[in-house]
Every structure is written in structure tokens, then in C-alpha cells.
Design a protein around this ligand. Structure first.
Ligand code: GAR
Length: 206
């Protein structure tokens, strides 16, 4: 029997990716346990979703910390009180300090709503529509110091349709996020991910 891995999920809002991860972990019986969900916003709707799953839902309010370093230090302290093997950013809308990122090197994943390295940053769907790309999508990657860079674990592409607006396009991308993010996390907790020279390899399931 493999040891259960511990996961802490960070959110800022709706928490639909978090919900997809919690469902997959339960339904697919991952060798992992989500120890806590932490939000930097007290009003994040995802907090109630976590509680409905029976997961401790904690607020570390970023508004209370004008200094980025002080917030990240408190967040790190809270995360580390659960001794996680993996930290999962699921719509966590914060720029992270270099020290925080370094502390979780190789054990922090993010989902980003674009096909990286295209459209880093915010408003990815609007920028995809404005640019006229015909394919858009989502990326799961390891978090490194440079925003929305870092070794790519999984991607999914969707077609951009002639009548798309930000809402229809983001909904189609989000559907893919809910598939690739749980899959990537499952590969991590099963010990199947390795990174060499910035390239992620995924070992076959045993
Ligand atoms: C998701 O689309 C995620 O990719 C995006 O925020 C949304 C959160 O939705 N993340 C970023 O833009 C990070 N830069 P959710 O709270 O329903 O999972």
C-alpha cells in the first residue's frame, strides 16, 4: 500500500477546479488526501464548496497584509501546518514572492486558462479573441519564479468559434481545465511525473 499524499489547495473565488479535483480524488480513490483548502479572500464561494466536501476551509485574508512578503509568510506557515506533498493553485489570483515559490519548488502546480506560453497573465480569453487565434485552451504547469511559466504537465486545446465571446470561450476552456487538472494532480500523487531540463515526463500507470 502506497503512502497517502497530502494536498493543500489554494483558491481565490468560485473554486470549480477545486471541486473537480475533490470529486476526482474521491471517485477515483487517489492515494491522496486534500488536507485543507485555503482562500486569500473571505468571500470566495469555493470555501462553502470545500466545506460541503468535508474539507477544512481556511481564510488567510490578503487584504490584512499590505506587504506581499508578510502575506506569503503567513500563507506559507498555514500551508506548512498541514505538511503537504503538493500545493495546488486553483484560481489563486495572487502574484507569489520568489521565496514562497522556491519553498514549494517541484511541489506546486497551477492551472492557467491559455495554451502557454501564449497569453500569460490576466484576461486570457479576451486577448485570445482579440488576437484571432483559432485554437485556445488551458495549461497545467509547475510553478516557477516567472509568472505563468514553468514546466508544462498537461494542456488541452479548444477551437475558437466564429460566434464566441469571452463567456462562451471561457466556459469551453473551463470544461477542459476540469479534465486536465485532476488528471495532472493524479499523475503527481501517483509519483508518475518527472522533470528534466524543464520538460515533464509522465510515466505510464502501473
Ligand atoms: C480558472 O479558469 C483558472 O484557470 C483561472 O481562474 C479560473 C478559476 O476558476 N486561473 C488564472 O487565471 C490564474 N492566473 P475556478 O475558481 O472556478 O477554478
Amino acid at each position: 500500500m502506497r503512502a497517502m499524499k497530502k494536498i493543500v489547495i489554494l483558491i481565490s473565488g468560485r473554486g470549480s477546479n477545486m471541486d473537480a479535483i475533490l470529486r476526482a480524488a474521491r471517485d477515483e480513490k487517489w492515494p491522496a488526501q486534500v488536507a485543507a483548502v485555503i482562500s486569500n479572500r473571505a468571500d470566495a464561494p469555493g470555501l462553502a464548496v470545500a466545506q460541503a466536501h468535508g474539507i477544512p476551509a481556511i481564510v488567510v485574508a490578503s487584504v490584512s497584509y499590505p506587504e506581499r512578503e508578510a502575506f506569503d509568510a503567513e500563507l506559507q506557515r498555514t500551508i506548512d501546518s498541514f505538511s503537504p506533498d503538493l500545493v495546488v493553485l486553483a484560481g489563486f489570483m495572487r502574484i507569489l514572492t520568489a521565496g514562497f515559490v522556491a519553498h514549494y519548488a517541484g511541489r506546486m502546480l497551477n492551472v492557467h486558462p491559455s495554451l502557454l506560453p501564449s497569453f500569460t497573465g490576466l484576461a486570457t480569453h479576451r486577448r485570445a479573441l482579440e488576437t484571432g487565434v483559432k485554437i485556445h485552451g488551458a495549461t497545467v504547469h509547475f510553478v516557477t519564479a516567472e509568472l505563468d511559466h514553468g514546466p508544462i504537465v498537461a494542456q488541452a486545446a479548444v477551437s475558437v468559434l466564429p460566434d464566441d465571446d469571452e463567456q462562451t470561450l471561457s466556459a469551453r476552456v473551463l470544461e477542459q481545465e476540469h479534465i486536465i487538472y485532476p488528471h495532472a494532480i493524479r499523475c503527481f500523487v501517483e509519483g508518475r511525473l518527472s522533470v528534466r531540463d524543464g520538460i515533464v515526463r509522465i510515466a505510464d500507470a502501473r
